[in-house]
Design a protein around this ligand. Structure first.
Ligand code: UD1
Length: 421
């Protein structure tokens, strides 16, 4: 997962140009899981070429689906779903594999997978996934690190209230409820755009879901879903990372194929810091940042539509050279400041205390050897290195490839001196 390659960045180059934003990883994964439920061949356009998406395709193949890719289109033929087990090596490859639980049990009435243990962001429990499926009639046991889920006579609808609007749990309920007997209602559902995308796709398959994007989602179960074509929404976190990269070099960028509305949780923070942002119709956004940036008021990560936890790390990098003191409160994951010690190696002045990190803006960062320990933290190191004087080497690139399609090629095309070795 860590990868053997390194990114070598000669910082200090001003970024200027246009970048196309690729499809959202966090949409593509649940959509590929949804394909398990749909009889026939589903076609997903704008499906990003990422290692996590490849891992999802390996799971589909393991289940008996035929999976093909042509550029950014992925075809999944789920005519013969014969398996209902995800082996340990595939579960370990991608913690997000838990998203296959709802669709496998929905399609086959049984699912066996290993318990996704601790991970790079903290404990990441799945109690909400399990309790929700239990409310729908699944019998779930945990033994020797394996989760055995059974619903021999099928799942039934239920009124489920989540104690926290978990994205993954909401997705698993949507998948399972789409083909359960009767009516399901999710209260305190996650409202992320990726939830809306999953519901839209399931509805194309023939599901009856309403309210996705709101706190209450209603699902009338249907007997059978049929494959269809769907286009994955743009990746708002990749878009945000590109904006941070341009802003830290005091550059100028046009994003195409993005959805500015999905980015309302963090673009106001960039504006508060002094960046100028314009949005155009047709999925275009412009950012210019010619002068120095100022620290924003306290940033708290929140469920959508709040400030996304996934963009916290690139923003801490950006604030490293902003004037004044920035404060970040991480409310979603308990261990999401692992990149901070590496930013400090690059010359940033940042202190972490539990779930709070305090960034004292410095005049300049300086190149260093640093190591990515997870996806978004890795992207933050790239953002910082772009502004650091001299050469930086970032190892652990495998983590970055989980969520960014050839980040170095994209950044190089707008003026960064970055290469993978
Ligand atoms: C998804 C995203 C991830 C993003 C996160 C929050 C994917 C593949 N990943 O992760 O990039 O950072 O949403 O926006 O889409 N929790 C429990 N019990 C549960 C489930 C979750 O306690 O059963 C806790 C988690 O430990 C975490 C918080 O709820 O502290 C948020 O988790 P959740 O919204 O489920 O995130 P993921 O779906 O794992």
């Amino acid at each position: 997962m860590e990868g053997r390659q390194k990114l070598v960045v000669n910082g200090g180059k001003r970024l200027e140009g246009e970048l196309k934003v690729h499809g959202a990883k966090n949409s593509a994964l649940p959509l590929l899981s949804a394909a398990v439920l749909a009889h026939g061949e589903s076609v997903f356009h704008n499906c990003p070429q990422l290692s996590d998406v490849d891992a999802a395709c390996r799971i589909l193949t393991q289940l008996g689906c035929k999976c093909k890719r042509a550029a950014d289109t992925v075809m999944v033929d789920a005519t013969n779903v014969v398996g209902n087990e995800i082996p340990d090596n595939l579960m370990r490859e991608m913690r997000g594999s838990i998203i296959f639980l709802g669709s496998i049990i929905g399609r086959t009435g049984r699912c066996r997978l290993t318990f996704p243990g601790g991970c790079e962001l903290g404990a990441r429990p799945i109690d909400l996934h399990i309790s929700s499926l239990r409310q729908m009639g699944a019998v779930i046991t945990e033994e020797h690190g394996y989760l055995e889920c059974e619903a021999p006579s099928g799942l039934h609808g239920a009124k489920i209230t989540l104690s926290f609007p978990s994205v993954g749990a909401t997705e698993n309920i949507l998948l399972a409820a789409a083909v359960a007997k009767g009516y399901t209602e999710i209260h305190n559902a996650a409202r992320e755009p990726e939830i809306i995308d999953l519901a839209a796709c399931l509805n194309k398959f023939g599901a009856k879901i309403s309210g996705a994007g709101e706190s209450v989602i209603a699902i009338e179960g249907v007997q059978r879903l049929t494959a269809a074509e769907h286009t994955v929404i743009p990746d708002r976190i990749v878009a945000g990372t590109y904006l941070c990269a341009a802003a830290i070099t005091r550059g100028e960028i046009i994003l195409t194929h993005c959805e500015p509305v999905f980015m309302n949780g963090f673009t106001p923070v960039l504006e508060e810091m002094g960046a100028r942002i314009y949005t155009y119709g047709g999925g275009k956004m412009y950012l210019s940042c010619k002068k120095s940036l100022k620290a924003p008021s306290t940033v708290r990560t929140m469920p959508y539509p709040g400030f996304p936890t996934d963009i916290q790390a690139p923003f801490t990098a950006l604030c490293a050279t902003a004037e004044g003191t920035s404060v970040f409160v991480e409310t979603i994951f308990e261990n999401r400041f692992r990149h901070i010690s590496e930013l400090v190696r690059l010359g940033a002045s940042i202190k972490v205390e539990g779930r709070v990190c305090v960034v004292e803006g410095v005049k300049k960062l300086s190149g260093a050897k640093v190591r990515a320990a997870e996806l978004r933290g890795g992207a933050a190191l790239v953002v910082a290195a772009l502004a650091a004087e001299g050469t930086s080497e970032i190892s652990g690139t495998g983590y970055i490839e989980r969520g960014y399609e050839s980040l170095e090629t994209a950044l190089r095309s707008i003026g960064a001196d970055i290469k993978k070795v």
